[in-house]
Write a protein that binds this ligand. Structure first.
Ligand SMILES: *Cc1c(COP(=O)(O)O)cnc(C)c1O
Length: 389
């Protein structure tokens, strides 16, 4: 139907929703069904055979919620469009998405993974522990070509990386990969700032829990890729069950609508805070990506834990990408599961703080940071009031 490519801002509010007007609807319907009536068992048998053989999306009504869901499919369609991908496959979380990719490659007999640190702490852990039967070789971007073996099924990178915001030249790494698919975790940049498929990556992964959802109230993951790989991922998802809940799919589709506006506004504030931090004598180093974004990482000269307990407006919490500002200490939380030596080797110092900048006013944020940077850690941390958990 489409004739000319539309801009990202337009796709963000229309992709995955083109059929709604024809259905007499405006908002996307939320379909919570776990099963669907099917009086014609012979026809269903043929459709299930077809899915088992190909992994192609079912045509016609869904059969069972682990196979397909129309609300989730809208989110997948929209995200694929934003990333410039043929297809996208959604999962229960970012980690479920990465697991599915690893399982799909292992199932093809390619159990070796080449990866570049830093990665998100649990991605590092999943690869390093070999929990899924994969074997990892860690290298730097320049070492990717040499690290590839005949049984290498995947190269994994993050750029800007969690938590140091280190950037990778995706085009150069993609070139080093040869025929091995490159997976780029695009959680931090989002398709608003970077579209890795255009630079040679074969798979783009998101923790949709972060910017795609954008409001800190939905967990999900998604992989955008070509339809061949998507078919493998759908087969894995069906067989292992890491599906995205339809309500999460609904919220993620809604989140995508404001993604470009949120990311751009948050980036302006983040860039300003990064500049002020860089001039501040209490701060040692500031990491802010060339491509911009709403994440700022910085090393304090004094006690990073005192800054965490000193913020009042900013929420001291792990995760990122929400409308409000969060700050955390990677060495204690997001990357705690990574061995200390590996953390240090990846440039994650004990003085490093990672901040996800929200939509608050820049002056209010700076005032809070300024106060927190001068805070001293109390002898014993104050007990926080608990809301029942
Ligand atoms: C949070 C995160 C993940 C994991 O996603 P979940 O949704 O928490 O499972 C993966 N990669 C990056 C870069 C992340 O920030």
């Amino acid at each position: 139907m489409e004739t000319t490519p539309r801009s990202l801002a337009t796709e963000a509010v229309h992709a995955g929703r083109e059929d709604l007007a024809g259905l007499g609807l405006h908002a996307a319907p939320l379909d919570l069904s776990t099963t669907y009536p099917s009086a014609d068992s012979r026809a269903e048998a043929a459709r299930i055979d077809e899915f088992a053989a190909t992994g192609a999306r079912l045509t016609g009504p869904p059969v069972y919620a682990r196979l397909d869901n129309p609300t989730v499919a809208r989110f997948e369609q929209a995200l694929a469009r934003l990333e410039g991908a043929e297809s996208a496959v959604a999962f229960a979380s970012g980690m479920a998405a990465l697991s599915a990719v690893l399982l799909a490659r292992s199932a093809a007999g390619l159990r070796h993974v080449v990866a570049v640190r830093p990665l998100y702490g649990c991605s590092d852990h999943l690869l390093d522990s070999g929990l899924l039967g994969t074997e990892v070789t860690w290298t730097d971007p320049a070492g990717v070509a040499d690290a590839i073996r005949p049984d290498t099924g995947l190269v994994v990178v993050e750029t800007p990386a969690n938590p140091t915001l280190a950037e990778i030249d995706l085009r150069a790494v993609a070139h080093s990969c040869g025929t091995v698919p490159l997976l780029a975790d695009n959680t931090f940049a989002t398709p608003v700032l970077q579209r890795p498929l255009e630079q040679g990556a074969r798979l783009v992964m998101h923790s949709a829990t972060k910017y795609l959802g954008g409001h800190g109230d939905v967990m999900g993951g998604v992989v955008a890729c070509d339809e061949d790989l998507a078919r493998q991922l759908r087969k894995i998802r069906f067989a292992t069950g890491g599906v995205l809940h339809p309500l999460a799919g609904y919220l993620l589709l809604r989140g995508l609508a404001t993604l470009p506006v949120r990311v751009r506004a948050q980036s302006v504030t983040a860039a300003e805070l990064a500049a002020r931090l860089a001039r501040d004598p209490r701060v040692g180093r500031v990491h802010y990506p060339r491509i911009g974004g709403a994440m700022v990482a910085f090393e304090v000269r004094d006690d990073p834990h005192a800054v965490i307990s000193g913020v009042r407006l900013i929420t001291p919490a792990v995760s990122l990408g929400s409308v409000d500002t969060l700050i955390q200490h990677p060495g204690s939380i997001s990357h705690r599961i990574v061995a200390e030596d590996d953390r240090r080797g990846a440039g994650i110092s004990e003085k490093l703080l990672r901040m996800s900048v929200g939509l608050e006013d820049v002056e209010d944020l700076w005032q809070d940071l300024d106060t927190a940077l001068s805070a001293r850690q109390p002898a014993s941390a104050p007990q926080r009031a608990s809301a029942g958990h």
